[in-house]
Design a protein around this ligand. Structure first.
Ligand SMILES: *[C@@H]1O[C@H](CO)[C@@H](O)[C@H](O)[C@H]1NC(C)=O
Ligand SMILES: *[C@@H]1O[C@H](CO)[C@@H](O)[C@H](O)[C@H]1NC(C)=O
Ligand SMILES: *[C@@H]1O[C@H](CO)[C@@H](O)[C@H](O)[C@H]1NC(C)=O
Length: 280
């Protein structure tokens, strides 16, 4: 019967394995063997790093920073509204300033970029009704069309800095998400409509749109933020002047046009936006 090795013997063997002074071996290998192994791994990793760098370089060399590479099919735009509010629910009492100042401040901030002086200084006047196509190299800076906030009239925040909230007639601003190269509407402007999602239409009443209820073609295409530096998205301000008070009203605003999807079952922001209002 083999005797069980003692702890001391095992420790001795282990020490021998770590450093064997007779054979001059570390972990069972001598210096030369270790050198070869290190060299092997060094070369292996150098090779892998090189391969990886080559792949990345190849990828970067074929993609342009100015336009998306893969866009066989332009995905239709989503829409967003301002003022920003959690849960897309506007609830306020027109007589209590503190219930709506967050909304009017959010709109003031959002519209700063559209100040008439800024737009006049940075952007050009374009011809309505046609796309603003700019020839030239894709890396050249592109001009942007003016969209002056005064166009938003009673929803511009200029004459009424409360955007109608103080009168229970709120303004909501709608914008489409930017898509590089997208010729919105394919020749016919994309229009905006708003209606009550369910319930009696009279609860929402007449709705005003500023400057108009469509996105003019001249604001498209967008050439990308690297070259279209001063581009400001066109807006449609929606003025709810006859909304019923003291009741939850669910409003759906949609965009309509060629290639627009506004009835997707799961994507609630594709071509439409649904929000609630409760005005006291
Ligand atoms: C963008 O605006 C700046 C001023 O803010 C102006 O100097 C520049 O020329 C504009 N760029 C283009 C491409 O119009
Ligand atoms: C804009 O507001 C003013 C003052 O409240 C009002 O008289 C005018 O009718 C409004 N304009 C529109 C187009 O609703
Ligand atoms: C909607 O409301 C108006 C006014 O309250 C009423 O005359 C009309 O019959 C209602 N319509 C429906 C479909 O309930």
């Amino acid at each position: 019967m083999e005797q069980r090795r003692t702890w001391a013997e095992w420790a001795q063997d282990f020490k021998q394995y770590i450093w064997n002074p007779e054979k001059k071996e570390v972990l069972g290998r001598n210096g030369k063997s270790w050198c070869l192994i290190l060299l092997f791994y060094l070369l292996l990793y150098a090779f892998l790093t090189g391969m990886f760098a080559l792949c990345i370089y190849g990828l970067l060399a074929t993609i342009s920073p100015y336009v998306p590479t893969y866009r066989e099919r332009v995905f239709p735009p989503g829409v967003t509204i301002r003022p920003h509010v959690s849960g897309l629910s506007y609830s306020f009492n027109s007589l209590e300033k503190n219930t709506w100042t967050a909304y009017s401040e959010s709109l003031q901030k959002f519209l700063e970029a559209y100040d008439d002086e800024k737009q006049i200084a940075n952007n050009v006047v374009c011809t309505p009704g046609q796309y603003f196509i700019q020839e030239g190299e894709e890396h050249e800076e592109k001009k942007a069309c003016q969209f002056r906030r005064s166009l938003l009239q009673n929803c511009s925040g200029i004459e009424d800095p409360t955007f109608g909230f103080s009168q229970g007639k709120p303004c909501i601003i709608l914008k489409m998400n930017r898509i590089v190269g997208f010729k919105a509407g394919s020749g016919t402007p994309i229009t905006v409509t708003c209606d009550i999602l369910k319930g009696n239409h009279s609860l929402i009443g007449e709705v005003g749109f500023y400057p108009v209820n469509y996105f003019d073609l001249m604001y498209f295409p967008f050439y990308g933020k690297l070259t279209h530096v001063n581009y400001t998205s066109p807006l449609v301000a929606i003025h709810f002047t006859e909304v019923a008070k003291n009741t939850d009203i669910t409003v759906q605003c949609k965009i309509h046009g060629q290639d627009i999807i506004n009835d997707h079952k799961t994507d609630r922001f594709l071509g439409r936006v649904v929000f609630t209002m409760n005005i006291r």
